[in-house]
Design a protein around this ligand. Sequence first.
Ligand code: NAD
Ligand code: UD9
Length: 431
Amino acid sequence: MKICVHGIGYIGLATAALFANNGHDVVGYDPDESLVEDLRAGEPLTTEDDLREYVLDALDAGFEPSNEVVEADCHIICVPTPYEEESKRADLAYVEMAGRTVAEHLREGDMVILESTVPPGTTEEVLAPILAASELTPGEDFSLSHCPETVLPGNITHELVHNDRIIGGIDERSTDETIALYEPLVEGTIHRAPDATTAEFVKLSQNAYRDVNIAFANELARVAGDYGIRSRDAIELANVHPRVDILNPGPGVGGHCLPIDPWFLGQFSDSLDLIASARRVNDGMVDFVVELLEDGLGALDGASVAVLGIAYKGNVDDARHSPGLRLVERLAASNAEETSTAAADGGRATGEAMDIRVHDPHVESEAIDLFDLETALAGADAAVVSAGHDAFRDIDPVEAAELMDGNVVLDGFSLLDGDAWRDAGFEYIEI
Ligand SMILES: NC(=O)c1ccc[n+]([C@@H]2O[C@H](COP(=O)([O-])OP(=O)(O)OC[C@H]3O[C@@H](n4cnc5c(N)ncnc54)[C@H](O)[C@@H]3O)[C@@H](O)[C@H]2O)c1
Ligand SMILES: CC(=O)N[C@@H]1[C@@H](OP(=O)(O)OP(=O)(O)OC[C@H]2O[C@@H](n3ccc(=O)[nH]c3=O)[C@H](O)[C@@H]2O)O[C@H](CO)[C@@H](O)[C@@H]1O
């Protein structure tokens, strides 16, 4: 079948490769010229080795990245769905734009599938009317479904094939056709949703569930701290119960799914309460990290802090909405506040600014200065592990003690060997 994938970023590229590697004739349309150029040159921009191999196989199999849209039997939309920070509402501009482009190329009998994560009702209420501008009737002249993507970054090539899928169309025929398309490709079970809106709702519920569970763990971590016990010991023991499965606390929830998708459930509903609270608990973990840091250091004024990790989670290169970045922003904001208080006091600084040095072995960033590990630690009063990278386990505490001026280490993921760091003279604080 001829398939046009709209948007070949992280999800669209893997999806296009899935279809191309299974004998379909796939064009990947993306307006980003350099992305298409790199792909055509056989250089997919990913640090996931197996995804890279998978995409290279797809290119060998005829997958064609392109800046032009083509007519196709099936259009799969994988464009971004960011949210507006203030209103917490989904920005559907990319979905609408992709819908208009598909409408221009739509023919009778074609299929349209939305994979992007969207608020409930988007397929039927937003996308279908835009596609109807083609003068073809959704459901009658072409099929339209939502097939949400649930892959875990870092494990995409496995989960792309092995995860169960939820598919919901705007009518039975749309659902049937979409299930028939995915069935031969995936090894997970395909579940039929009653409609597209339910499929959208289910995807958001899965991410909201995880976010709420992590918020519960994060709240337990704060409470356990008040009782002077290790939250992780308590959670591990609580989880021996056959019906309890609490996730891990940490310095916050990052990425561009969990911090955002739960809000999409509130796009056309005023009933978010627990889900909204969980979001606030998780976003508030940066305050907890700063409190712990301040306790360890006595005061933040003039402190030199090494922030280790701005990826949103361990071993990935994606820094979107990351706890590490939030911490850097928070510490930088304290510096700015200090300066403006000093100005209001007639220019006399009440405290010294902090020196913040960031190291991340996986992330490349133009927005933020990154240092190698030694430079980040040199002269630091405290080090904060704010991304769960395995590489941080290899930091030698004795060498770190020699490099650093102070002796505070705050481990957001409890991934360091606490005893070894204590033996090297550190005050080891963990979440
Ligand atoms: N990344 C994940 O882990 C993940 C997992 C599940 C679902 N999702 C969802 O999948 C969707 C895509 O996410 P992503 O991580 O692949 O985003 P991404 O930013 O990596 O890729 C999106 C691509 O779409 C392109 N694009 C923008 N406007 C376009 C248009 N009008 N037509 C065609 N292409 C266009 C962009 O240039 C970009 O290359 C989002 O809704 C996201 O929430 C993401
Ligand atoms: C329901 C679900 O599984 N959805 C997944 C999720 O992918 P993700 O990569 O965003 O998910 P996580 O790995 O959970 O990380 C998120 C953040 O939570 C922190 N965290 C995690 C576990 C924990 O116990 N304690 C924590 O603090 C972690 O450090 C990081 O900051 O959304 C994708 C897009 O929709 C889905 O496709 C994908 O299936």
